[in-house]
Design a protein around this ligand. Structure first.
Ligand code: CA2
Length: 142
């Protein structure tokens, strides 16, 4: 089972800033992930609350999930709590961003999460989620 976790504001994907984030909605991203995962079960979730995101990481640890794909959105740059939770997950973690965070304003340049990520994907638009799922399946085959 794969956990695909999304942080704050991503529920509004497809409704603004299409030049940065595309016009695909989060519901469409979920379908894209399920298609990419094939027979593998997917828990696809979004929250605007830091504590909820942490609880879901704990859930992924306890079940256990085979891997986590996470777009922590703004928590990427602020949350040592999300970092600490991810540190406890002993299997592959892919940090994903729709936009290329390094092309953007300096506040988006320093991810707190990257040091515990197995891999980082950024800048491929909403299709990056499908690529992240494929990459996760590749990591899990190893
Ligand atoms: O590019 C990404 O996926 C981000 O993680 C998105 C975050 C931003 O803080 C990161 O720097 C990069 C922001 C999500 C904003 O959510 C949206 C809401 C409506 C339309 C588009 C995006």
């Amino acid at each position: 089972m794969l956990y695909i976790l999304n942080g704050p504001n991503l529920n509004r994907l497809g409704t603004r800033e299409p030049e940065i984030y595309g016009s695909t909605t989060l519901a469409e991203v979920e379908q894209l992930c399920r298609r990419a995962a094939g027979d593998i079960a997917v828990e696809f979730r979004q929250t605007n609350a830091e504590s909820q995101l942490i609880d879901w990481i704990h859930e992924a640890i306890d079940r256990p999930a085979a891997g986590i794909v996470i777009n922590p959105a703004a928590f990427t740059f602020t949350s040592i709590a999300v970092l600490d939770a991810l540190k406890m997950f002993p299997r592959p973690i892919i940090e994903l961003h729709i936009s290329n965070i390094h092309r953007r304003e300096p506040i988006y340049h320093r991810s707190l999460v990257s040091p515990v990520a197995t891999a980082v994907i950024a800048g491929l638009g909403p299709e990056g989620y499908g690529i992240a799922v494929q990459a996760m399946l590749m990591l899990l085959r190893k």
